[in-house]
Design a protein around this ligand. Structure first.
Ligand code: FES
Length: 314
């Protein structure tokens, strides 16, 4: 594509590659439009339709050479008076040509009406040069197409295998969905019990006054070293609550400050991760550890009441 050699073929290859990357790598981006590959699929369309456009490309150089070789330069228009055409080529009248001794007119012999540029014969050197060019073009084009196909297949296979074999943890799969008043011990289907430590009984609060706040679920539903999701009753935003140490809970607004995706907790990495552009946050403080998020997550104060319910404080 950059060289402009077989630009349409290269663009079709690029489009196929972007499409494959969209289907395998960025398909789960949320919101969907943050996955750039689908944008690239459409961005290839002008190059697929128009190729290199005949400028600044090897395709244009080759086309120029061919035009020179066959004298197919730009057509020059020369105005000729019609009276001159009649005088030279004849005046067709009742099936005879008045200007040519009564002979039938024959437009094929008229220099103004029938002249066609005759391709000049190529010299031996030129024939040799053009043969090399053709071979180079064919080989180069075949290499471009083969590279596009191989690249697409390898990229797709690598991405697919990486997902299956690498078992990259999906942060959302390690988060327990919480709801107020739900009985202890139930978890969201798909939560892997082997990746988290079973929840320990949470020590009841020693406070004599019952904390006030909105209930978000049972503290015992949050596994030690794991996380639960809930909806912040104040803002309505998705939120995360984590039990990083036994009986110690922290919670954050789960809306990523970069572009608004919902972050999740990766127990394997001990990080809160944004699936859209890879921002990472400290699970203890919510501070941003990796951009592009401009700042950390908003903390939400939570407490555990005497019955073991988690409450959003205040
Ligand atoms: Fe871009 Fe989170 S939305 S990193």
């Amino acid at each position: 594509t950059l060289l402009g050699l077989w630009a349409r073929v290269a663009a079709v290859g690029g489009m196929a590659l972007s499409c494959m990357l969209f289907l395998t790598v960025s398909f789960h981006s949320s919101p969907y439009y943050t996955g750039a590959d689908i944008v690239f699929v459409f961005a290839w369309i002008p190059l697929v339709l128009a190729g290199s456009g005949g400028v600044l490309s090897l395709d244009a150089v080759i086309a120029g050479r061919v035009a020179d070789e066959y004298d197919l330069g730009p057509v020059t228009v020369v105005p000729v008076r019609f009276s001159v055409v009649q005088e030279v080529c004849g005046n067709f009248d009742h099936d005879t040509c008045a200007a040519r001794d009564g002979r039938p007119c024959d437009v094929r012999r008229c220099p103004f009406l029938s002249a066609q540029p005759r391709p000049r014969r190529k010299t031996a050197a030129e024939r040799g040069l053009s043969a090399i060019d053709r071979r180079t073009v064919v080989l180069g084009g075949a290499a471009v197409a083969a590279a596009a196909v191989v690249g697409g297949v390898v990229a797709g296979a690598a991405a697919g295998l990486g997902r299956v074999i690498g078992a990259a943890p999906n942060p959302r799969n390690q988060t327990v969905a919480m709801s107020p008043g739900r009985s202890s011990g139930t978890t969201t289907p798909g939560t892997s019990p082997s990746t988290t430590t079973p929840a320990a009984p949470v020590a009841p609060s020693t406070s004599t006054t019952e904390p006030a706040g909105a209930r978000i679920g049972l503290a015992s539903d949050i596994p030690l070293g794991g996380a639960g999701s809930f909806t912040d009753p104040k803002s309505g935003d998705p939120a995360l609550v984590l039990q990083l140490q036994r009986g110690q809970f922290v919670a954050f607004d789960a809306v990523c400050p970069h572009a608004g995706c919902t972050v999740g907790y990766s127990a394997a990495d001990h990080l809160i991760v944004c699936p859209c552009h890879g921002s990472e946050f400290d699970p203890s403080t919510g501070a941003v550890l990796r951009s592009p998020a401009p700042h950390g997550l908003t903390p939400i104060p939570v407490v555990v009441d005497a019955s073991g319910e988690l409450l959003v404080d205040g």
